[in-house]
Design a protein around this ligand. Structure first.
Ligand code: FES
Length: 101
């Protein structure tokens, strides 16, 4: 299954862009040279995330996650929690969700 998310050229070098993915919000961003895509849901109780510098911070109770590894840095999310990355590949300049290949 392949689902195009966004042209890589439209992803800002800082911050995020929000795209719709099966009725849910996905945040796309650049981690260095690599485009990444995460579900916009905190691993505590699902609050929305905001990129602050290289990290992501939950807007509800301020859990912080590393923007490179996705691992929780601090806050009320479980210690081993990791942001929900969705599997992607860049195909013809488009960041694309790829599953089952
Ligand atoms: S929902 Fe994110 S820290 Fe509580």
């Amino acid at each position: 299954m392949r689902v195009p998310l966004i042209n890589v050229s439209e992803i800002p070098s800082e911050g995020t862009k929000t795209v719709e993915f099966f009725g849910r919000e996905v945040l796309v961003y650049m981690a260095g040279e690599n485009p990444r895509a995460i579900m916009n849901a905190c691993l505590h109780i699902g609050g929305p995330l905001e990129r602050q510098g290289c990290d992501f911070v939950c807007q509800w109770h301020q859990a912080k996650f590393d923007g490179e590894s996705g691992m929780r840095v601090e806050g009320p999310a479980p210690k081993d929690a990791r942001l929900m990355y969705i599997p992607t590949r860049v195909l013809d300049g488009v960041l694309t969700y790829v599953y089952g290949e």
